[in-house]
Design a binder for this molecule. Sequence first.
Ligand SMILES: *[C@@H]1O[C@H](CO)[C@@H](O)[C@H](O)[C@H]1NC(C)=O
Ligand SMILES: *[C@@H]1O[C@H](CO)[C@@H](O)[C@H](O)[C@H]1NC(C)=O
Ligand SMILES: *[C@@H]1O[C@H](CO)[C@@H](O)[C@H](O)[C@H]1NC(C)=O
Ligand SMILES: *[C@@H]1O[C@H](CO)[C@@H](O)[C@H](O)[C@H]1NC(C)=O
Ligand SMILES: *[C@@H]1O[C@H](CO)[C@@H](O)[C@H](O)[C@H]1NC(C)=O
Ligand SMILES: *[C@@H]1O[C@H](CO)[C@@H](O)[C@H](O)[C@H]1NC(C)=O
Ligand SMILES: *[C@@H]1O[C@H](CO)[C@@H](O)[C@H](O)[C@H]1NC(C)=O
Ligand SMILES: *[C@@H]1O[C@H](CO)[C@@H](O)[C@H](O)[C@H]1NC(C)=O
Length: 244
Amino acid sequence: MSLVWFMLCSGFVHFTFSTNRLRIFNFTGTPGKNWSDSLQECKMDPSASLVTLYDEEDFTFVINFLTDIGHDKTAWFGLHKHKQPHRVATWSNGEPFKCNHSNVNLANGTQRCGAIENKTWADFNCSDQLSFMCYKDDVFTLIENENRNWCEALQYCRRHYTDLVTISNETQHQQVIDKGKNDTFWIGLMYDEWKWADNSCSTFRTWGKDLKESSECAILSHSGSSMIERACDERSHTLCSKGK
Ligand SMILES: *[C@@H]1O[C@H](CO)[C@@H](O)[C@H](O)[C@H]1NC(C)=O
Ligand SMILES: *[C@@H]1O[C@H](CO)[C@@H](O)[C@H](O)[C@H]1NC(C)=O
Ligand SMILES: *[C@@H]1O[C@H](CO)[C@@H](O)[C@H](O)[C@H]1NC(C)=O
Ligand SMILES: *[C@@H]1O[C@H](CO)[C@@H](O)[C@H](O)[C@H]1NC(C)=O
Ligand SMILES: *[C@@H]1O[C@H](CO)[C@@H](O)[C@H](O)[C@H]1NC(C)=O
Ligand SMILES: *[C@@H]1O[C@H](CO)[C@@H](O)[C@H](O)[C@H]1NC(C)=O
Ligand SMILES: *[C@@H]1O[C@H](CO)[C@@H](O)[C@H](O)[C@H]1NC(C)=O
Ligand SMILES: *[C@@H]1O[C@H](CO)[C@@H](O)[C@H](O)[C@H]1NC(C)=O
């Protein structure tokens, strides 16, 4: 499905051209950088960042890449925890989340996305396909019969309206319920301890079983077929990408 070019000019550089996005993976051969220094290195190119993985195809590509380079290779990628570990609920439009009614259990790297179901707040697997509600100015619009996962819904709203809907007070809550009929639909709420360095919306995760919960950054290793938590001050290789 994807065309892959190898370029051996400045170290290891891979280009992948997928149907819907152009990605450039830039692996810098010098190990021994902590997570934030790795991010800085990627950002020397303003349009680049530590790698964001969108799907199994990306993941396989990167694992194969690390395998090709040789044994013992690990690399930082873009996932890291929110600065305040308790701040796990975020609105997609950046408004602070002020409500306290979240009983969402995020153990073991889980990610949940907010929805309205039967007129009450609910949370679902972000990969589920639901209707969704967008807003523009003061107008809320329910998009039905075009079910999407949460990230796709967000993209749709940002393209055609402003964003997924945010509920910051009782008035808005009532408007959303009224516009939502009795449907089950996404709102702009996401629960996740982790986020991508470039703020991309990607729900792709392949955490290993023995997730320790204590570390704040994550590596990929060719020897494990999963994402692995690591303390951010450990040292690893740098894996950059740009485009999406
Ligand atoms: C890859 O990273 C190196 C070191 O940061 C940089 O010099 C080079 O320009 C990068 N290549 C691409 C294609 O971004
Ligand atoms: C939310 O809960 C936290 C901890 O349980 C508490 O400290 C805080 O005061 C609560 N905020 C509101 C607005 O109720
Ligand atoms: C998290 O992982 C641990 C160890 O694998 C397991 O015992 C526990 O049940 C998991 N918790 C959840 C909420 O999945
Ligand atoms: C929502 O309503 C439907 C139909 O009335 C019902 O089947 C379903 O169990 C309800 N779901 C919840 C979470 O209450
Ligand atoms: C969410 O749904 C996807 C696809 O249906 C599934 O692969 C994944 O394991 C689910 N995640 C959780 C945490 O249940
Ligand atoms: C509810 O929040 C919206 C957006 O923040 C604001 O425009 C509106 O005035 C608020 N309404 C009330 C009654 O607080
Ligand atoms: C919504 O559900 C209630 C019962 O839960 C029902 O009385 C009402 O007719 C439904 N409204 C719509 C628009 O389907
Ligand atoms: C990463 O290393 C730099 C020095 O190279 C240091 O200034 C910084 O505090 C380190 N960050 C972490 C999170 O360890």
